[in-house]
Design a protein. Structure first.
Length: 310
């Protein structure tokens, strides 16, 4: 059984990644940690719990970072909605629900499972950076970190250079890349090649369970947003589910080891680049550059359609 923590900013495609992860028979999802990102952390926490509730899955959820390490939080709601989940769940009251802090949960589970643990991140890297900063000696034992973020050989999605998860907290990402932990970077280079289209949403409407209808509703919002932003793309990208897929089936992608850095200069803030000008150019990241989209999307829809049918 593979042990996994999902660190999310739920988020439409984070919700799809959660369904895909809980639909796997050989994964023990130890917990889901949440962060700000596409919406404030109160929203990603609530959205995560609602998604799990709709799937009838009892997985512990922890609230984490409210804001980036050094900068102001920005979010515009255009792609995922103001509530982060396609305007299906609406406003959340600020609450002081006491749960174990996400960062402490990550540290505790890494101490317990060491190299058996895979951490998949599908939001900004703030929780992970804080865990590494707090307990570097424990975090160095983690088995793998699979991160949805960055764009190494293709354009960004917040601007020409930067991808959203890196861009909202570039300092956290910079810190994580410098930590020398075993990172696999699942960037736009591959995630833009794994798409969901309107027929997939129609299929969930046809399945007709309450979870399938909920998934169809929030995914339709995301599809519509993609249509405006990327009129030539034939669907919306399965960014976050692909990170789960690669964590479980590394053979889905071809990777190249590189020394990745996060650009922190204002003009190209958040760009993920290979730096070959340093004295120490030892690779710190496996960068995914080619993906077997057919195999991934078949597995994704098989498992998600199954779980939405129950
Ligand atoms: C990433 O940003 C978020 O909008 C998505 O959930 C995904 O994690 C894509 O750039
Ligand atoms: Ca996300």
């Amino acid at each position: 059984m593979k042990k996994m923590i999902l660190d999310v900013d739920t988020g439409v495609d984070d919700a799809l990644a959660i369904a895909y992860a809980v639909g796997q028979s050989d994964v023990e999802l130890l917990g889901i940690t949440t962060t700000f990102g596409v919406a404030p952390v109160e929203y990603s926490y609530r959205n995560t719990k609602s998604v799990l509730g709709s799937l009838n899955k009892d997985v512990p959820v922890y609230k984490g970072s409210k804001e980036p390490l050094k900068r102001e939080r920005v979010h515009d709601g255009k792609i995922h909605g103001n509530d982060g989940i396609g305007e299906t769940l609406g406003y959340v009251e600020e609450s002081e629900t006491i749960t174990k802090d996400a960062v402490d949960f990550i540290i505790e589970q890494t101490k317990k499972y060491k190299s058996d643990l895979i951490i998949v991140t599908t939001g900004p890297l703030t929780n992970l950076a804080r865990a590494i900063d707090k307990e570097p000696q424990i975090m160095k034992y983690v088995g793998r970190i699979v991160t949805m973020g960055g764009a190494v050989a293709s354009p960004g999605n917040v601007n020409k250079f930067a991808e959203a998860n890196i861009s909202v907290d570039p300092d956290a990402a910079d810190f994580v890349f410098k930590s020398r932990l075993p990172i696999t970077l699942v960037g736009l280079d591959v995630t833009r090649k794994t798409l969901l289209n309107k027929d997939n949403v129609k299929e969930w409407e046809r399945i007709g369970t309450s979870s399938a209808k909920f998934f169809a509703a929030f995914t339709q919002f995301y599809l519509d947003a993609y249509k405006k932003i990327h009129p030539t793309l034939k669907g919306c990208a399965l960014h976050d589910p692909l990170a789960v897929g690669i964590a479980l089936y590394p053979e889905l992608v071809r990777t190249i080891p590189m020394h990745i850095e996060v650009d922190l200069s204002e003009e190209v803030l958040g760009r993920t680049v290979e730096n070959t000008n340093l004295e120490d150019t030892e690779p710190n990241t496996l960068v995914c550059l080619q993906v077997d989209s057919k195999r991934f999307t078949e597995d994704f829809f098989n498992k998600v359609n199954n779980i939405l049918s129950v």
